[in-house]
Design a binder for this molecule. Structure first.
Ligand SMILES: *[C@@H]1O[C@H](CO)[C@@H](O)[C@H](O)[C@H]1NC(C)=O
Ligand SMILES: *[C@@H]1O[C@H](CO)[C@@H](O)[C@H](O)[C@H]1NC(C)=O
Ligand SMILES: *[C@@H]1O[C@H](CO)[C@@H](O)[C@H](O)[C@H]1NC(C)=O
Ligand SMILES: *[C@@H]1O[C@H](CO)[C@@H](O)[C@H](O)[C@H]1NC(C)=O
Ligand SMILES: *[C@@H]1O[C@H](CO)[C@@H](O)[C@H](O)[C@H]1NC(C)=O
Ligand SMILES: *[C@@H]1O[C@H](CO)[C@@H](O)[C@H](O)[C@H]1NC(C)=O
Ligand SMILES: *[C@@H]1O[C@H](CO)[C@@H](O)[C@H](O)[C@H]1NC(C)=O
Ligand SMILES: *[C@@H]1O[C@H](CO)[C@@H](O)[C@H](O)[C@H]1NC(C)=O
Ligand SMILES: *[C@@H]1O[C@H](CO)[C@@H](O)[C@H](O)[C@H]1NC(C)=O
Ligand SMILES: *[C@@H]1O[C@H](CO)[C@@H](O)[C@H](O)[C@H]1NC(C)=O
Ligand SMILES: *[C@@H]1O[C@H](CO)[C@@H](O)[C@H](O)[C@H]1NC(C)=O
Length: 329
């Protein structure tokens, strides 16, 4: 290769880049780790052959990505960081830049020069602005059990996205309303890939569920105001009773049934005017103050009855009865 040509080319890179300042540029987008198309939409009206042209792309620091010199790829001027990352599409004059990184964002220019005997003549130039995106992972939410202060710890995280997102929040949706809990978003940026990981955590006192409630975590990302949602977490209207309550029912229910049975028995005996039992009931009535605590406990769980009846029932458990109808229940 003629060294003068290379030198000449380097000078042109500089000159042309100054001329370019006011030129409108194409906006292009590419995803991290994918391929960007850097176009050079040149209409070859003079039907020039590639053998007469010098085509190249450079970045905003004037490093050369790719050069096609008189129809042949010429790697001499190509910056090492673009080596092996480009392919030229001959059909539509597009340079494809592979394995896009966040640091590849910025502006690029393509140039087409006509090589004439007297030197190179610029016949086309185009600037494009590349922005790079990385989709955040779907937010993952976790909801703790109810804590000591009757709140719940909510956390949500999403990883490996770009650019820095705007906002992350929890949504509590009920039949008629949506409550938004904004969190203080924690960000960390990878110092090599420049991708962000984000998370929020909150301690929230959730309202009583009167209808179906759904909790979601939502991440709002920048460029297109896209919202990414976590999987929903459903809360049904009625929480199942706590285990203690269930076990209480399990042990108390048979006792209650017996108590009720005997209660009826007691009543019947009362009606029959059996003096023994009647007197027993009277005695207990007088002892009411002494058994205040027991009475209270009974009152809490037993459907409302008169005190006398309950006391009577409790006491009659000790009385042997030959009346079959009393215990039959
Ligand atoms: C990049 O893409 C390749 C496949 O195309 C995949 O194996 C690799 O994990 C990706 N790297 C990142 C950092 O996403
Ligand atoms: C352009 O040139 C090619 C040969 O270099 C020729 O085959 C073709 O017909 C030409 N097209 C036009 C529109 O002149
Ligand atoms: C150029 O053509 C290729 C297929 O040959 C296509 O994938 C690519 O999108 C085109 N680029 C432009 C900018 O039209
Ligand atoms: C990123 O998300 C957008 C919109 O949801 C989708 O169209 C695109 O294919 C995704 N890209 C990658 C690389 O996941
Ligand atoms: C907390 O929730 C887990 C399941 O999410 C459950 O296994 C555990 O028993 C719960 N702990 C308490 C104290 O409720
Ligand atoms: C909830 O978070 C607080 C700190 O924010 C922590 O002390 C507590 O142990 C957490 N409780 C649960 C059940 O995760
Ligand atoms: C929601 O609204 C409907 C009608 O507006 C009402 O019947 C229903 O009770 C409301 N539900 C709640 C949980 O407020
Ligand atoms: C982001 O999260 C990924 C996966 O959990 C982890 O490998 C990486 O180290 C995190 N990066 C930063 C900067 O925290
Ligand atoms: C990137 O971060 C790691 C630790 O997280 C550190 O060891 C390394 O030196 C950092 N690299 C640069 C270029 O800052
Ligand atoms: C519950 O306690 C945690 C600390 O353990 C605190 O951060 C949080 O604000 C409390 N939540 C409510 C609703 O009081
Ligand atoms: C609540 O959710 C359950 C199950 O997810 C569903 O069967 C029920 O119809 C829902 N009720 C209302 C009022 O949306």
């Amino acid at each position: 290769m003629d060294p003068r040509c290379t030198m000449g080319l380097s000078n042109i890179f500089l000159v042309v880049s100054f001329l370019l300042s006011g030129v409108a540029s194409l906006k292009i987008q590419a995803y991290f780790n994918e391929t960007a198309d850097l176009p050079c939409p040149f209409t070859n009206s003079q039907n020039l052959s590639l053998g007469e042209l010098v085509v190249f792309w450079q970045n905003q620091e004037m490093s050369v990505l790719y050069e096609l010199y008189l129809g042949k790829e010429k790697p001499d001027n190509v910056d090492p960081k673009y080596m092996g990352r480009t392919s030229f599409d001959w059909d539509n004059w597009t340079l494809r830049l592979h394995n896009i990184q966040i640091k590849d964002k910025g502006s690029y220019q393509c140039f087409i020069h006509h090589k004439k005997p007297k030197g190179l003549v610029s016949i086309y130039q185009m600037s494009s602005d590349l922005s790079v995106l990385a989709n955040f992972s779907q937010p993952v939410m976790s909801i703790s059990n109810i804590t000591e202060n009757l709140s719940r710890n909510l956390t949500c995280s999403s990883i490996q996205g770009y650019p820095e997102p705007k906002k992350m929040s929890f949504l509590l949706k009920t039949e008629n309303s949506t409550i938004v809990y904004d969190g203080d978003m924690q960000k960390s940026q990878d110092n090599v890939t420049e991708l962000y990981n984000v998370s929020i955590s909150l301690s929230v006192s959730l309202p009583e569920a009167t209808s179906n409630m759904t909790i979601l975590c939502v991440l709002q990302t920048e460029p297109m105001k896209t919202q990414f949602f976590s999987s929903p977490y459903y809360i049904a209207p009625k929480d199942p009773p706590p285990p203690d309550y269930i076990s209480w029912i399990a042990t108390a229910a048979p006792a209650l049934i017996i108590v009720c049975g005997i209660m009826i028995g007691c009543k019947q005996k009362k009606q029959q005017q059996q003096p023994g039992v009647s007197r027993e009931c009277e005695t207990i009535k007088m002892d009411r103050e002494e058994s205040e605590q027991i009475k209270k406990r009974v009152e809490i769980h037993v459907p409302k009855r008169s005190d006398e009846e309950i006391q009577c029932v409790v006491h009659s458990l000790k009385i042997p009865s030959d009346d079959k109808s009393a215990t039959h229940f």
